[in-house]
Design a protein around this ligand. Structure first.
Ligand code: FAD
Length: 470
């Protein structure tokens, strides 16, 4: 340390997208960083979440495409699923990405310590090392990034070998012939799509009256219709009362009296912040139920301790965790330098996606949400059925729904169901983040033929309807 420099030792607990982003940003800003991880860098997202599921879904959607071969003037079929090869491909993709994170840590001189860590004080962690023994990590600031774990329903025995969470499903030991999925949220519908395409008989049990709770009704209907087309059976507005296992078979009894039998129950009712056994209460960190409470700068109630990602609840998404990690790192460095924190995030322009086929991409407000906040707005719905590229590809199901403020043309949000929706939504979230209006978006020239053109036409119509076309 040079004379006059402030001590800047930053410890990051948890090496998922939030934790490694925080560690890398802090290192880039000149801090000496220790990153503590109990399993593998990349966290849930790379090892058991986003990347494994998208790798599995890619195979599933190849199967889906081959089901339509004759429509495209082709013949042939998929003979079956080679699970070991599918698993090896998934592991190859995951290993490649984890390796890239490990290389970045080395290049940025982040000291990675493998083991289970907990807070001892505001300036000290203790780590039960993976290799045995313990290590004390002394620091000037801490960023907590221990993510989340599957929420385990109290009425279901998760020690039964045929009761899985997404962790077992992404491990890909087998593709069950019959599966009952508890929870029709994002994780539930993505697995339903994958398994149904692989030929499994799938039942989804969802407590609320519709799939993807919290989403726009038109989006919910379209996704349910697409999955029912694959043979998925939905049990909506009911819960699973109990699950029992006999041999390798499971039986689930629903609250409406229905009994379902299958090879596996996949329990996916949601995730909970992973704040247990971290020494949080001992150090005096305030909680908001299971989540660590933070302010807009990701500061906890204890000075120089920050928290980010799934651990703080809210939008539990990898890209949100990353952005929060970078903010917390900048604010931690500023704090140690005696400066005020400034880094925050605008969550209103953060996109979210569901990778079913057709896919879903959403950002910002729905029309109902905007109206509830008293905003005078219009909604435009434009279908992919009128788009040349979508028709040429034979993927013309779905729509772009754009919400804009009357009089100003400010883009308030969008919901897309359709081909490549996870990518397309960024053609709306980026202009939103840049403050563009629907008129400006509609005046941009989009390439032809592209499915994105639907966004351009929706923006033009929204400009007309909001009275901001010229
Ligand atoms: P995590 O990724 O959970 O990382 C936390 C890390 O902390 C882990 O590596 C853990 O081992 C480590 N840790 C925990 N406790 C300790 C301790 N005491 N000591 C040391 N280390 C510890 N999000 C998306 O944006 N897009 C998707 O498509 C998507 N798909 C998903 C699919 C599934 C099946 C699941 C389960 C999640 C998915 N998510 C997706 C959510 C996404 O994975 C999380 O939002 C994201 O990983 C959160 O990042 P994080 O850094 O906060 O936590």
């Amino acid at each position: 340390m040079n004379e006059g420099d402030v001590p800047m030792r930053i410890a990051v607990l948890g090496g998922g997208p939030g934790g490694y982003s925080a560690a890398f940003e802090a290192a880039r800003l000149g801090a000496a960083v220790t990153l503590v991880e109990r399993a593998r860098l990349g966290g849930t997202c790379l090892n058991w979440g986003c990347i494994p599921t998208k790798t599995i879904l890619r195979s599933a959607h190849i199967v889906a495409d081959t089901r339509h071969l004759t429509e495209f003037g082709l013949t042939g079929s998929v003979a079956g699923v080679d699970v070991p090869v599918l698993r090896a491909r998934k592991e190859g993709v995951v290993d490649e990405l984890v390796g890239q994170i490990e290389s970045s840590a080395k290049r940025l001189k982040v000291d990675v310590v493998y083991g289970e860590g907990k807070l001892v004080g505001a300036d000290e962690l203790i780590v039960d090392l993976e290799e045995g023994g313990t290590q004390i990590v002394e620091c000037d600031a801490v960023i907590l990034a221990t993510g989340s774990v599957p929420f385990l329903l109290p009425n279901i025995d998760h020690t039964l070998s045929r009761v899985w969470t997404s962790d077992e499903a992404t491990a890909l030991s087998e593709i069950p012939a019959q599966i009952i999925i508890i929870g029709g949220g994002v994780i539930g519908v993505e697995f339903a799509d994958a398994y149904a395409n692989f030929g499994s008989q799938v039942h989804v049990v969802e407590l609320t009256p519709a799939v993807l709770p919290g989403n726009d009704k038109r989006v919910q209907r379209e996704v349910q219709k697409a999955l029912e087309g694959l043979g998925v059976v939905f049990h909506l507005g009911v819960a699973v009362d109990s699950v029992s296992q006999t041999g390798n078979r499971v039986t689930a009894t629903l609250t409406d009296g229905t009994t379902l039998e299958a090879d596996v129950v996949l329990s996916a009712p949601g995730r909970r912040p992973n704040g247990l056994n971290l020494g949080l209460a001992e150090v005096g960190i305030a909680m908001d139920r299971a989540a660590v409470k933070v302010d807009e700068f990701y500061r906890t109630s204890v000075e120089n301790i920050y928290a980010i990602g799934d651990l703080i609840g809210g939008m539990m998404l990898a890209h949100v965790a990353e952005a929060e990690g970078e903010c917390a790192a900048r604010n931690a460095v500023a704090g140690l330098r005696g400066e005020a924190p400034t880094a925050t995030i605008d969550l209103s322009t953060v996109p979210a996606a569901v990778y079913t086929e057709p896919g879903i991409g959403v950002v910002g407000s729905t029309r109902d949400g905007a109206k509830e906040r008293g905003i005078d707005c219009v909604q435009v719905v434009m279908k992919f059925a009128g788009n040349g590229k979508a028709l040429a590809e034979g993927r013309s199901d779905g729509f772009v729904q754009l919400v804009a403020e009357n009089g100003t043309g400010r883009i308030l949000g969008a919901q897309i169901v359709g081909p490549g929706a996870a990518e397309l939504i960024q053609e709306i979230s980026v202009p939103m983040a840049g403050g563009m209006t629907v008129s400006q978006l509609g005046h941009a020239i989009f390439g032809h033929p592209t499915v994105s053109e639907v966004i351009m036409f929706a923006a033009r119509e929204a400009a007309e309807k909001t009275g901001t076309a010229h």
